[in-house]
Design a protein around this ligand. Sequence first.
Ligand code: NAP
Length: 307
Amino acid sequence: MAMALVLGATGHIGAHIVRALLAEGHTVRAAYRNPRMLWMLEELPVERALVDIETLEGLPAALQGCDWVFHAAGYYPRRGQSRQACVDRGASSTRRLLEAVAAARPQRLVFTSSAATIAHRPDRPSTELDVEPWPAAPPRSLYATVKIAMEQEALRAARDGLPVVIVNPSICLGEYDAHQLSGRLILAYAKYRVPWYADYTFNGVYTGDVGVGHVRAAARGRCGERYLLTGHTMTLQAFSGIVARILGRRPAWWKLPSWVFNIVAPGVRRMQRLDGSKAVRELGVPQTSLDVAVERAIRWFRQYGYL
Ligand SMILES: NC(=O)c1ccc[n+]([C@@H]2O[C@H](COP(=O)([O-])OP(=O)(O)OC[C@H]3O[C@@H](n4cnc5c(N)ncnc54)[C@H](OP(=O)(O)O)[C@@H]3O)[C@@H](O)[C@H]2O)c1
């Protein structure tokens, strides 16, 4: 059994990593930033550690005695800031963090990247071998550009000898989405009753499967490799249908013109086809249906007053 440090344990993905680790009998040190978010850890039998991944305050102490480190506390760039400033901030904070982790010599670091770093292939679903050129230029979204820059740092650290396994989740749907980053897709239809859908096909994955994927990546993943953690591909129209079915409502009925979608979501690929078979084959990542993922998310949003 391993002693594991989870950075971003109060986040959507981190909360699932913590629960997946406990389910397998590992010991968990849960790192948080904002004490007001500690409710996300409920009464779980974990040690709590205050860590800031940008100033690195609390990190050396939190790393002590850890076999595995999970870095799911990623920096999210905000729109309206300069692209270069966001890239520099994401890359430099990641580099400093990886250097601090390397100094503690853990057996494994699992680095949470994103499927947004995987290059698009118009002819087939993309795999981990499809690498985006760097530097990534517009029209890639700000988020994708920053994530690619951060992943470059993790790949560099792997080449320098840090035992890093990179995981690339697609859009995560499930419980513990307190910051409602991907959950806003669910809330748009469930809470705000958005009547429209767009010509957008995405890959959604149950966050519980992503948590298990992280733990398996630590136990069995190959260092320096990327693993796509994907679930199921679906259109936004079909997705609105799942939410509507769960809530007993009418699905979104108005198709947004493409040019409007391009303004609302600049740089977002309208067709995301991903091949996550490597993680299923090598790590045994489960493939829960999106109906179940959305149902669990809605139940959680209701329980905690988001819906
Ligand atoms: N959600 C998705 O669909 C998805 C898909 C693919 C990849 N990812 C990637 O996965 C990572 C985690 O995403 P998420 O959805 O779990 O995000 P989230 O719910 O916002 O959680 C982020 C976590 O990181 C912590 N954090 C942020 N800045 C920090 C700092 N400076 N110091 C210490 N902790 C800090 C947050 O703490 P507080 O609670 O105190 O804010 C929170 O615990 C990100 O890198 C994201 O890009 C997410």
